[in-house]
Design a protein around this ligand. Structure first.
Ligand code: MN
Length: 744
């Protein structure tokens, strides 16, 4: 070693020690001798383990674990265990140190945390899917110790702060991953400042120019804003002081990332973003008085400035699910500018800034905010423990939940349910219980019947309607938004497909046995081609669902136990063979009108006038309850294809005592007494009431349009047959209401 290298090594040692002292100063909560001793030991162990290794920037590697430990202590305010684990976080993965030794020297707790962190290999050279798997593993360790995630976030934050020395390619990859996974996670854990910094840093590397432009503009306006806020706050301050409140005023501009979002997603120019900053009034108020105090301050603020009633947010009575509590109002300043004022206690402010870490510290005193986060963690765990979910799908599902804000919905009993914005009635059903979700047929929101895909609003009172005959449908996935509902529906569908597959396969095997054709690959291939089905799984499924009629196998040629498609049929006769795919309704899969729908309003659609015996379905209209249509109603196809989620199956229970209107059109050769003969058959012989009747005659040909009251289709068919038998009658057919209406 030459003199200069020695000197620089001395200098480096000094730098390492300085950083270590900085860490100790930041570790305010670790002030016992035992705490200090543990941290010292972890520091020595880490220094030794990382000896001689450097980061890409050229600085000693140990700078990194010290910095991560400092974030953990200072920005998350975690305790000794976390600081020790942060100092050692890269040792097991990158150095010769093993978990056994960590456990011997630092105890089980620290070893478990480091194990959780080690399971996630460095993400730099990995393709997306293992990264997702790693992320999932990391979340899984939530159930062991949430500190794993907090330290991982601190690690990511430091890596983002020092991303400059990385290659452009790596920068982009890490920045995207941070925006995609880590910032939302920090948000969910309530780590507001860390989330904001992660997003801003991600933007800095992804969109350097836009980032710099916004940063400059913010810097330029700082003086003006500061003066504005002082003037705005002056009267409020005076009142607060007179009333003897102990308070602080803070203000902060929106993050660069969220300004960027507003400019690029909503097209609002920088100069017109009115909520560029928010003023915060933070009170020193004892827990029992804080809510009342916050409202008193609200009253003082609105004595001076007029509030916008649409923008009052009371997160104190109903905290967000990440624990956030605060009272927000937006008021009009004398210069005509809207200003957001956030009012909260010191405790609430700490929770808002540090999220979970702060909850931890307030755990003993305050249990409510904690409950929300626990609920979320439970939800994450449920997802993770679902054996059906794969890592990437899981991430998609989770992201949905991470990004969204909440709405609050009340059950009929007054229980409060928290759901993400955009959640539907079906999401609520799954939130209540997965079985309620699977059987959900609709809901009553504020006493009005709504379809499954109805989006709930905060404050709605919602009651879920179920039917034991309901089961999850593929198209449900198109509108549910909660991860829980998605994963439960997917599992149910998979389960059903698997079961149906087995059943379909058995049926095909039996059929072939019957036809004395072997069930083998070669014959299967012909069958697939013949029915134009992509694969066996789908084939079995369709057979089981009755969507595919096996009797059509007769149309195949059999030569020496081998199926083949008759040539003629394969070429020209393709069209007539097509309709072999038909959907046969499953009798169990129906909702009986007049039984399960008894308590909901339904009407028979005037466009097709269904009567008992008709194939019908229910359509949930947006403001007129359920309408029952015939499946062959001209409107049915469109309704079913465009709004499938609003369609509910329906069939008739026996309703012989009731009568329904049906239209009939009769044509034939006009003869003397024709009208009399017809009405005689209808009313005198069959005692059927007629609503409307009209006859037109033209050049010896007549057309009659009638509305008759019948019990069901059987009743109607009999009547039609009788009229048909009258001499001179050519055709009798059932027609839609609209046709009989025209001439009546
Ligand atoms: Mn690290």
């Amino acid at each position: 070693m030459n003199v200069r290298a020695e000197a620089s090594s001395e200098q480096e040692k000094q730098q390492i020690l300085n950083r270590y002292r900085g860490l100790l100063r930041a570790s305010q909560h670790s002030n016992t001798r035992e705490d200090r001793r543990m941290i010292r030991r972890a520091f020595n162990t880490a220094v030794e383990a990382h000896q001689g290794t450097r980061r890409r920037s050229g600085e000693p590697y140990i700078f990194h674990p010290i910095a991560v430990a400092r974030i953990v202590a200072e920005e998350m305010r975690l305790g000794t265990t976390s600081i020790v684990a942060a100092l050692l976080h890269d040792t097991v993965e990158d150095t010769n140190l093993n978990l056994d030794r960590i456990e011997r020297e630092f105890g089980k707790r620290v070893a478990t945390i480091i194990d959780g962190l080690t399971k996630i290999p460095g993400s730099f050279d990995q393709n997306q899917s293992p990264q997702a798997e790693n992320f999932r593993k990391m979340l899984l360790s939530l159930s062991e110790d949430v500190r794993v995630i907090l330290i991982k976030l601190a690690d990511r934050l430091h890596n983002m702060r020092t991303l400059d020395s990385m290659k452009r390619q790596t920068q982009l990859k890490i920045a995207s991953e941070t925006e995609f996974l880590y910032a939302p996670l920090a948000h969910r854990l309530g780590l507001y400042s860390i989330k904001t910094e992660l997003e801003d840093l991600a933007l800095k590397f992804k969109e350097p120019e836009a980032y710099e432009e916004i940063r400059q503009k913010l810097k330029k306006g700082k003086e003006v804003r500061s003066r504005f806020i002082n003037r705005f706050m002056r009267p409020i301050r005076e009142d607060l002081e007179r009333e003897g409140y102990d308070f602080k005023v803070k203000w902060r501009t929106k993050s660069i990332h969220s300004i960027f979002q507003k400019i690029h997603n909503k097209g609002v120019p920088f100069e017109e973003i009115y909520d560029l900053f928010a003023v915060r009034i933070i009170l020193n108020s004892p827990p029992r008085k804080e809510k009342a105090d916050c409202w008193k301050i609200y009253s003082i603020v609105t004595d001076h400035y007029k509030p916008n009633p649409d923008r009052l947010r009371d997160w104190i009575s109903t905290p967000k699910s990440n624990g956030y509590e605060s009272l927000h109002t937006t008021v009009m300043s004398p210069t005509g500018k809207w200003v957001e004022v956030q009012i909260r206690s010191e405790r609430m402010d700490e929770v808002a800034e540090m999220g979970y870490a702060a909850h931890w510290r307030y755990k003993e005193q305050e249990k409510t905010a904690e409950g929300n986060l626990d609920r979320w963690l439970t939800r994450v765990r449920e997802l993770l423990e679902d054996p059906e979910s794969n890592a990437l799908e899981f991430l998609d599902d989770l992201k949905l939940n991470l990004f969204s804000d909440e709405i609050f919905v009340f059950t009929p009993k007054g229980d409060l349910k928290t759901l993400p914005v955009g959640a539907t009635a079906l999401d609520l059903a799954f939130e209540i219980h997965s079985q309620v979700g699977e059987r959900c047929t609709g809901a009553k929101v504020n006493h009005k019947l709504v379809p499954l895909d109805h989006q709930l609003q905060s404050g709605d009172q919602a009651e879920v309607l179920t039917s034991k005959n309901q089961k999850p449908k593929e198209d449900w996935l198109k509108f549910v938004v909660t991860a829980k509902a998605r994963s439960k529906i997917k599992s149910a569908l998979n389960r059903e497909k698997r079961e149906a597959g087995l059943e379909g396969k058995e049926r095909l095997q039996r059929k072939l046995e019957h036809m004395k054709v072997p069930f083998d690959d070669e014959n299967l291939r012909v069958i697939l081609r013949y029915f134009e089905v992509p694969n066996e799984k789908e084939l079995y499924y369709r057979i089981a669902k009755g969507a595919l009629d096996l009797s059509h196998l007769k149309e195949l040629e059999v030569k020496g136990k081998r199926f083949s498609i008759p040539e003629k049929k394969e070429s020209q006769e393709k069209a007539p063979l097509k309709p072999r795919t038909k959907v046969r309704p499953d009798p169990k899969d129906t909702l009986i009108i007049g039984e399960e729908l008894k308590n909901t309003e339904y009407k028979l659609a005037p466009c097709c006038r269904p009567i008992p015996g008709d194939d019908v379905f229910g359509y949930i209209t947006s403001n007129d309850g359920v309408k029952i249509h015939r499946t062959n109603c001209p409107n049915a196809m469109e309704l079913m294809s465009r709004h499938a989620q609003r369609v509910i199956k329906a069939r008739w229970a026996s309703q012989e005592q009731l009568e329904f209107t049906a239209g009939i059109r009769i044509t034939g050769i006009d003869g003397l007494g024709m009208v009399n003969q017809i009405t005689d058959i209808i009313s005198d012989q069959n005692h059927i009431n007629m609503n409307k009747i009209s006859f037109q005659s033209n050049a010896g040909v007549f057309e009659g349009l009638l509305q008759v009251m019948v019990h069901d289709t059987l009743h109607l068919d009999k009547l039609i047959q009788k009229i048909q038998s009258i001499d001179g009658v050519d055709q009798v057919e059932r027609v839609d209401e609209s046709k009989t209406e025209q001439d009546a």
